[in-house]
Ligand binder design. Sequence first.
Ligand code: GCW
Length: 719
Amino acid sequence: MKKLFMLLIMLPILLGSSAMAQHRFSGEDGYRLWLKYDLIQDQSLRQQYRQQLQSFFIASDSATVDIIKHELTLASNGLLGQTVKFTDSVPKASVVFFKSDNPQLAKYDIKQDLTQLGQEGYLLVTVAKQILLIANSEQGLLYATFDLLRQIQTGTSLTQLNKKQVPKVQLRMLNHWDDLDRHTERGYAGQSIFDWHKLPDYQEQRYYDYARANASIGINGIVPNNVNANALILTPAYLHKVKALADIFRPYGIKVYLSVKFSSPHLIGGLENSDPVKPEVQQWWQDKAAEIYQLIPDFGGFLVKANSEGQPGPGDFGRTHAQGANMLARALKPFGGNVLWRAFVYAHDTKAERSLQAYNEFVPLDGKFDNNVSVQVKNGPIDFQPREPFSPLFGAMPHSSLAMEFQITQEYLGFSTHLAYLGTLYKEALDADTHSKGAGSTVAKVVDGSLSDSPLTAMAGVANIGMDRNWTGHIFGQANWYVFGRLAWDHDLSAADIADEWINMTLTHNKNAIAQIKDMMMSSREDVVNYMTPLGLHHLMDTGHHYGPGPWVDNLGRADWNPTYYHRADKQGLGIDRTAAGTNAISQYAPFWQEKLADPATTPTELLLWFHHLSWDYTMPSGKNLWYELVHHYNMGVAGVEKMQQQWQSVKNQIDPNQFNQVEMALGIQLKEAKWWRDACLAYFQTFSQRPIPEGFPKPAHDVDYYQSLQFPYAPGQG
Ligand code: GCW
């Protein structure tokens, strides 16, 4: 009896502690990203791979080859439970790594022109029972290694490999908006991974892990510092720190670039000013370039934000972007460096509507940039919104190299607590048809150089990486890093296939679970669009930090920082008129688009309010009016998150509990915030539409004053 009594007393404690323990899993915390090499559970598959990967031949010795060998060792031990064996005999090896100059390659009948592989491409082929990895460089072999391992991680057969891979874009870069004090602008995954204070001597393991992850998806360039640059980065003390990073990254095929402040000659060089036509300014940059290359012989070049949001630039001296960019390009040219010159500009002294400004400034300069300059253009004309049309610059500068700039960090898509797979956003932008040279003139073809006469091609992603154990704050944020790299390598891949790979490598091999998770990922970005900015609305985020809704904000220093500037809600209707009757932004697109966008009836529904101010009673393609569709879309967004929650619960048994838990908690936040977005925006727009919430939809939980009163002074990542 006494024992029973004790048990009853203990029971809640026991239960309580086991419930607690649920939040204390020591399982997969996400640090290993998609490079988990856990034992393959399917025994026959494992056995097959063990046979096929019994021994490896890889000639030559170098830091990159060491990395390849290490990777093979990790993978073989982990995935196959088999000790790796390296052999000196090509005929006896089951896997052979060939650099194209290896005479033994002649014994194989490879019917491929290997020069086409360039410096980074590779062949991954099965010949008889041997697996061959062939490339012109060790970097190519490293990429081939990761491809081979990806085949194994995703359970693909190796018996008939026949892959030829050449990256479609030359520079595949991450841009970190990280400050020297480790604050990350628009970063939601903790502090910057770059510890400038302890560099160059203290070299974190994380740098190697980061390089390895990047190499595994083909990223070959990184900019470790913010485009809102600190001139100190070019001082000798910092250049030695940069050198330490470059030395670590080099064998992974990754070059370091730097964001530079245009006024550096003045700020740290003691010159009177930084006017690009002055010989002493040009000389300063040439000397600086020589100093950098002395330390870092393969330095990538400079990334520049000039005359934008208060940053200095050539415009300060009445010079053009081309004059500024070319001056830097000429300093780097003798050493093989490039300039990425950003087109994200909008000036306070111009009356032109903001979406027009980059085009206005840059199109007249088409053809005037040196051939080691690429103009780096954000995917849309405003600023990384959940949905934007493609930037008109992509169809309007045929004689310039145009680099794509995507944002991986989710400044406008819920920070690191919202699940928003950006593969679909990237593909939408890349596949968009500019019609600049007839049908099929896609943005991707502009970026990969096939539609321009410029040889330099680049794609950059603003990184979402920080010190969080799982790197990106949200496990699914890793998928955005991953998909960026994979699409920069090959923009023809599909967002769904890449999601499939990533889920397999990161979360589970269970087919049903993969299907559920893929479905979540593929619709997640549209959910965000719907609960934040449906039907072409944009820039409704709250002041400064961009966290949460702020459609009412109308008091910022510049008109075009205010959400009211973008949605133009009034008693009549909603949306900004960018037709000829309004700002005429449509004139910046090819005639095909001008015609379509001039009329709401032929404008894609998802961009209606981007281009038109429409009456609340406007009849939408569904037959319902605009007000109804607006309410409907906001609710679809919320329903989408509810569905994701259910889908996530349904895969619980297939996911590591720690990973499961992280995502479950984040989805809880996402749902709360989706409802907050819906309710705040609808309560606000209702003050204009003066219409009731249609039957069947919930009314906003609070009035506008309540939502307007919410303050978040410490929201992360502020600029
Ligand atoms: O998206 C906006 C951000 C700024 C950023 C700027 C840019 C680095 O709000 O924080 O500054 O764009 O791209 O330069």
